[in-house]
Design a protein around this ligand. Sequence first.
Ligand code: SF4
Ligand code: ZN
Ligand code: ZN
Length: 318
Amino acid sequence: MTKCFYCRNQAVTFRPYSGEYLCKSCFLKSVERKVQRTINKYSLLEETDIVAVAVSGGKDSLTLLTILNKLERHFHETKLIAVTIDEGIKNYREESLKFAESVASKLKIPHKVYSFKKLFGYDFDEVISILREHGLDESSPCSYCGILRRAALNIAAKDVGATKLATAHNLDDEAQTVIMNFLRADYIRALRTGPRLEKIHAGFIPRVKPLIEIPEREIILYAYFSNLPLHTQTCPYAQDAFRNDVRAFLNKMELTRPEVKYNILRINDRLRSVYTCLERELDLNTCIVCGEPTAQELCKKCELLKILDEIRAGTRKT
Ligand code: SF4
Ligand code: ZN
Ligand code: ZN
């Protein structure tokens, strides 16, 4: 029997990047301590923050809500509010919405749901079917979904009076995003990737990623040991080929170099800190239609909605 590195009970998992064997209880505590260290290291949360936690109902976001709820006990004034975005994707979102609702209610955390339909006038199913019908689906569905979801989360965070928006990006997500930005030569986006995105515009709620140093595999294990419900439905649009390639590449690299994903995070931290011109480069405008932050005159969400509205009204020129 392999023993836990800390308490000598039976180990249930092994961390290849640190060489630690851990029992269930030490593993859970160590993940929570790690999240606390990330929060402290990057000053992600203040005691007086009102934190909107983006909870899709998947394993990452339920783990985030559970851990922040535990840590919050040490920060009595921090207030958590769970916000869920319902994209309107049939046979996919229903189950996770139920999970988000039930976990938030079990933890006694207020929970609000915002739908694409109510916010923007379209379900995501409608968005994709209109774009496909008119041959306008140039990017992957996930890119359009991301544009609308980012906008929806900012609206939701403002609506609940939040001072921070916490999202459940994990180490794997972040390492993939960093590499994808480099491979696209998108340095502005690369500089925006990180554990916290500052208030870059008056209408922008700063975003923080407390799980950024937790590998995906450990989140699955944390969710399992904590008896969190497991979302089994797969999104019918999930086909981000670029991300899938990068994910497969990094997972393969990790087999022989277990610390590789952490190294990507560190190098991105270093690069961000040496770009002193960052603030000027990242200055944002205000969208002339909705008032949300944008790099152009019109934000990407309004650009997309303009196309959909014109198609619906029959006024779109081809
Ligand atoms: Fe949206 Fe893509 Fe996620 Fe589906 S897989 S919910 S389309 S981001
Ligand atoms: Zn132990
Ligand atoms: Zn806009």
